[in-house]
Design a protein around this ligand. Structure first.
Ligand code: GLA
Ligand code: ZN
Length: 687
C-alpha cells in the first residue's frame, strides 16, 4: 500500500545537527529546502545523547531537532539511535563490547560495535526503539523508521559462544548429528558435549586474515557465519517488533550495503518493510558491478522498488585516494539507482562534520556554509528534477525473463573451502555472467535459492557449490518443463553443511547435467587453457573441470594440457528444457556469445546511432558504455539510457516517447543525444 504522504521520491538524507550549535539549524533548513531536500534521516548516532544512564533518558535535543525539521516542512526518516554504544554503557556493562576475531575484547570506541548477544544490548536497544516510537507516534511527518545503521561485523565473546551452542542445538538436535554433519572425526574433533564447542576464530579453527579467513573446519565456520548473521537479525527484529507494536503501519527498514558478505540479506528481507541500500561504488568500479549490487537489492523483496538510503554527494572519505565525483556523476549514479528500482534518492550527509573521520566526506552543505558550490548546485539540479518527476516512476517494476541465483550460504562455503583455488571468488564469478547481460541490455533478476524460478526462461547459477535440500528436484522440474539452466565448474559438490555428496561430481546435479566431473584443475593466475566455440577461441581460467559426458553433448573441448579433447562446455536435453554446464571461468565475450548465440536471449531493443545494434557490438573490452534498463507499470514503459562515459553518445528511440527529465518528445527511430554522463528516461505508452 502506497503511503499517501509520499508523493514523490524522498530526497535528502542523513542530517546530524547535534554536531552544531542550534543557532545554525535554521540556515541549514533554508539551504536544504532550496536544494529540494524534503526528507532527512535523523538520530542515527544519538544513543549517548538520549540515554545517559540505565534509567535516565533525555529527549530534549532530539525534540528540538524534530521540531526544527518539522517546522521546515520536511519528512523524517527516524533512526533508532542504537548504532553506536554510549561510553557510559560500555564502561558499566562490558558485555556490550565485542570480542574480535583474535580474541581481544574491545574497549570503548567506533560504532556498530555492540555484541549482538549481549544481554545489555538486547535489553536497551529494543527499549530505545519502543520509547522513540511511543514519543513520536503521532508525528505526521515520520515516513520511515531506520533501525540502527549498516549492521556489520561479528563477535566472538563468551555470550556469543553460549548462544552459538544453543543455535546449534536447535539446528542439529543431537551432538551426534552435529559430529556427522561437520565430519568431526577428521583431526580428532569429535565433540562429546555442547560445551566443547567454541567460536571458530583465529584462536580456534581459522587462520589467515579476517576478511579472507581460511578454516580447518568448514562446518563450524559456516555455521558461525550463519549464526552471527542471525544474531544481528535478531537485534534488528528486537527493535522492529517494538516499533510495530506501537505503530503497526510504520515503514521499518535498515540500510544495507549491497553485496555485503557477512550478512545474509535474503534471510533478513522478510523483516524489511522496504529494502534500503547505501551505494558507495569504489573509484573505478564498473557500471555493471554497481548494477549488480542494485539488482541484488531489488531482488530481496521480489523485485519491489527499494530506497537508496545513502550515497555521497561527491567524495567518500575512507579510500586511500578520495577523488570527487566528476560533474554529472552524482546525478548519473542517482538515476542508475532509480533505473534499477530505487524509489528514493538520499545522501550521506546533509552537512559536513567539523571533526572526526567524516569531516572530509561529501555533503550537501560544505564547510564553506553556503550553496555556491558545484556539489550543492548538482544536488539542487537532481532535487528539482525529482520534483518534476513526481510519482510517475514510483513502484514501477522491471520485467525480467532471466534470473541469476545468488546465495549467501553458498558464498561462505565456496570461500571457506580449502581448494580448488583461492582465486575463485563467488561474487566475482556471478558478476561475470551479470556483466554479460548488462552489456547486452538484458534485464535480470538476482534471486535467492529459495525463490520460485518457474516463470523464467533461463536461470543461471554460477558456482552452485552447495545444493540445499530440495534444490536438485526443483531444478529438474524447472528444466523438465522447458526451462534453461546454466551452472558452472565447482557446482553440486556439497550439502547445506558442506559435506561432500559422494558418487561423483556434480553430486545431486549429475542427473540433470548429464555429466560426471572427474577432476578439477586449478590454473595459476597467469595461465589459461582454451576452447573453441562459435568459430572463436575463448579462455578457460582459474579452474578447469575435467568432464565426462553421461547423456549430455559436448559443445566445446579443452585445447591444451592432458585433458585436451575432453569437454568443457556441455548441454543436456532434459524433458522439454536444457541444462548447460560451463566447466571453467571464461571471458565476458564468451558469456555474451553464449547468451546470444546458444541461449537465444533477448535484451532491450536498443541501438546506438551509426553503429550496429548494441547487442552485437564487438568492443567487449570498452568499460564505459551506455547502460539501458526498463521500469514499467500497467500503462507506461520507461527506458533508462545512462551514459557512463565522458563522450557524447547517441541512441535510437525504440518508439514514440517523451524524456521525462526534459519533456522533450521523440518519435520511434529518432536519435537521442546523451551528453557525457547524461541520462534520458524515455516514457512510452504500453497501449
Ligand atoms: C556509511 C554510514 C554513514 C557514513 C557513511 C560515510 O554508509 O552509514 O553513517 O559513515 O558510510 O560514507
Ligand atoms: Zn558477542
Amino acid at each position: 500500500m502506497r503511503d499517501e504522504r509520499i508523493t514523490k521520491f524522498p530526497f535528502g538524507g542523513d542530517y546530524n545537527p547535534e554536531q552544531w550549535d542550534p543557532e545554525t539549524w535554521p540556515e541549514d533548513m533554508k539551504l536544504l529546502r532550496e536544494a529540494g531536500v524534503d526528507t532527512v534521516t535523523i538520530n542515527v548516532f544519538s544513543w549517548a545523547l538520549i540515554q545517559k544512564d540505565d534509567d535516565v533518558y533525555d529527549f530534549s535535543i532530539l525534540d528540538s531537532i524534530v521540531r526544527t525539521v518539522t517546522d521546515a516542512g520536511m519528512n523524517i526518516c527516524m533512526a533508532t539511535a542504537t548504532a553506536a554504544v554510549p561510553a557510559w554503557m560500555s564502561r558499566k556493562h562490558p558485555d556490550i563490547r565485542r570480542v574480535e576475531w583474535n580474541g581481544m575484547r574491545h574497549t570503548f570506541g567506533g560504532r556498530e560495535n555492540a555484541c549482538p548477544n549481549s544481554p545489555t544490548m538486547r535489553k536497551y536497544s529494543p527499549l530505545m526503539a519502543r520509547k522513540l516510537a511511543e514519543r513520536y507516534a503521532s508525528l505526521p511527518n515520520i515516513i520511515a523508521w531506520h533501525v540502527s545503521n549498516e549492521y556489520s561485523g561479528r563477535c566472538y565473546c563468551e555470550n556469543c559462544t553460549k548462544a552459538f551452542r544453543e543455535w546449534l542445538r536447535d539446528k542439529y538436535g543431537t551432538i551426534e548429528k552435529l559430529n556427522h554433519e561437520w565430519n568431526a572425526n577428521f583431526w580428532g574433533h569429535t565433540f562429546y558435549d555442547w560445551d566443547d564447542i567454541v567460536a571458530p576464530n583465529i584462536l580456534s579453527e581459522e587462520f589467515g586474515d579476517y576478511w579472507n579467513a581460511r578454516t580447518c573446519f568448514q562446518g563450524i565456520s559456516l555455521d558461525y557465519a550463519r549464526f552471527q548473521s542471525d544474531s544481528l537479525l535478531r537485534n534488528y527484529r528486537d527493535e522492529y517488533d517494538e516499533i510495530k507494536k506501537v505503530i503497526p503501519d510504520a515503514l521499518v527498514t535498515t540500510n544495507l550495503m549491497g553485496a555485503y558478505k557477512e550478512i545474509n540479506y535474503q534471510k533478513w528481507a522478510p523483516y524489511l518493510d522496504i529494502a534500503a541500500h547505501d551505494n558507495y561504488p569504489w573509484d573505478g568500479e564498473s557500471e555493471s558491478s554497481v548494477g549488480f549490487t542494485l539488482d541484488l537489492i531489488r531482488g530481496l523483496k521480489g523485485g519491489r522498488s527499494w530506497w537508496l538510503m545513502e550515497q555521497t554527494p561527491s567524495v567518500s572519505n575512507w579510500f586511500v585516494n578520495c577523488s570527487v565525483k566528476r560533474p554529472g556523476v552524482m546525478r548519473l549514479l542517482s538515476y542508475q539507482a532509480v533505473a534499477h528500482g530505487a524509489d528514493s534518492v538520499m545522501f550521506f550527509q546533509m552537512k559536513r562534520s567539523v571533526g572526526a573521520c567524516e569531516k572530509y566526506h561529501g555533503a550537501v552543505i560544505d564547510h564553506v556554509g553556503h550553496g555556491e558550490t558545484r556539489v550543492y548546485r548538482e544536488v539542487q539540479t537532481v532535487g528539482k528534477e525529482l520534483e518534476r518527476l513526481g510519482d510517475q516512476l514510483m513502484e514501477t517494476v522491471t520485467p525480467a525473463k532471466y534470473a541469476i541465483l545468488f546465495d549467501w550460504d553458498n558464498w561462505w562455503a565456496v570461500e571457506y573451502s580449502a581448494g580448488p583455488s583461492a582465486y575463485l571468488k563467488y561474487a566475482d564469478e556471478v558478476k561475470k555472467y551479470y556483466e554479460a547481460m548488462h552489456r547486452l541490455h538484458i534485464s535480470v533478476d538476482i534471486i535467492s535459492y529459495d525463490s520460485d524460478i518457474s516463470g523464467y526462461d533461463t536461470v543461471f547459477a554460477p558456482l552452485m557449490y552447495m545444493i540445499k535440500p530440495g534444490m536438485a528436484d526443483k531444478l529438474e522440474k524447472y528444466v523438465q518443463n522447458g526451462g534453461h539452466f546454466v551452472t558452472t565448474a565447482f557446482s553440486g559438490y556439497v550439502n547445506e553443511n558442506d559435506r561432500v555428496t559422494v558418487g561423483g561430481y556434480p553430486g545431486e546435479l549429475k542427473k540433470l547435467m548429464g555429466i560426471w566431473v572427474e577432476e578439477i584443475d586449478a590454473l595459476p593466475q597467469d595461465k589459461e587453457n582454451h576452447f573453441r566455440l562459435f568459430d572463436k577461441d575463448y579462455p578457460a581460467r582459474i579452474v578447469c573441470d575435467v568432464i565426462h559426458t553421461q547423456g549430455a553433448v559436448a559443445l566445446a573441448d579443452y585445447k591444451e594440457d592432458f585433458y585436451a579433447g575432453s569437454p568443457v562446455i556441455t548441454c543436456n536435453s532434459f524433458g522439454r528444457g536444457r541444462a548447460y554446464y560451463i566447466g571453467t571461468s571464461s571471458s565476458i565475450e564468451f558469456y555474451m556469445d553464449l547468451m546470444l548465440k546458444e541461449l537465444g536471449m533477448e535484451g532491450i531493443e536498443f541501438a546506438e546511432s551509426g553503429t550496429v545494434p548494441c547487442a552485437y557490438r564487438q568492443d567487449y573490452d570498452s568499460v564505459k558504455y551506455v547502460e539501458s534498463t526498463v521500469r514499467e507499470n500497467d500503462s507506461a514503459r520507461f527506458f533508462f539510457y545512462l551514459n557512463h562515459s565522458e563522450e557524447v553518445k547517441r541512441v535510437i528511440a525504440p518508439s514514440k516517447g517523451i524524456d521525462i527529465l526534459t519533456d522533450r518528445e521523440y518519435s520511434g527511430g529518432d536519435e537521442i543525444e546523451l551528453a557525457g554522463y547524461g541520462v534520458v528516461i524515455l516514457r512510452t505508452s504500453k497501449a
